[in-house]
Design a protein around this ligand. Structure first.
Ligand code: FES
Ligand code: FES
Length: 168
């Protein structure tokens, strides 16, 4: 089976992937040793396992690996591979995480939201971010998304200032 993960295409043995039935989450974590994507509920309820498939946020615990053949999968390991993504920088600036367990899924969902909705309202953030955080970081997640949206809209030096909270 040929998979493209974080820009790299590789062949994996079908037998190791349950002939394509293994959830993508377990392929990432157990076959590829990419443990940034987390297991929470296993039933598409919490969002801890969120990755992006062709740019869309997807719950990898309920996605059979065969469903992503020929598609581009991005995990948290690939989101800031060259330079931290705006959401990662804004998460640091807003000190969003508490324990951190849910946060890779939050970041992947936030990055997808900002591509489809570059300046989301609080209501749009709440509707899109169905991920669960047991530490209750929801207010800071919102703040992080707003900061990243401003930075992406400003671009260049303006982005750097927005990410640091410096008025443009
Ligand atoms: S582990 Fe996938 S949604 Fe909870
Ligand atoms: S930061 Fe702890 S579960 Fe979200």
């Amino acid at each position: 089976m040929e998979l493209t993960i974080n820009g790299k295409t590789q062949q994996l043995d079908d037998a190791k992937l349950g002939e394509g039935n293994m959830p993508l989450l377990w392929v990432l974590r157990d076959v590829m040793n990419m443990t940034g994507t987390k297991f929470g509920c296993g039933v598409a309820a919490c969002g801890a396992c969120t990755v992006r498939v062709d740019g869309q946020a997807v719950r990898s615990c309920v996605t059979p690996v065969s469903a992503v053949v020929g598609k581009s999968v991005q995990t948290i390991e690939g989101l800031g591979a060259d330079k931290l993504h705006a959401v990662q920088q804004s998460w640091i600036a807003e000190q969003v995480p508490q324990c951190g367990y849910c946060q890779s899924g939050m970041l992947m969902a936030a990055a997808s939201l900002l591509e489809s909705t570059p300046e989301p309202t609080d209501a749009q953030i709440d509707a899109a971010m169905s991920n669960i955080c047991r530490c209750g970081t929801y207010q800071r997640v919102r703040a992080g998304i707003h900061r990243a949206a401003k930075a992406l809209a400003a671009g260049g030096d303006g982005a750097a200032k927005a990410l640091k909270g410096v008025p443009a």
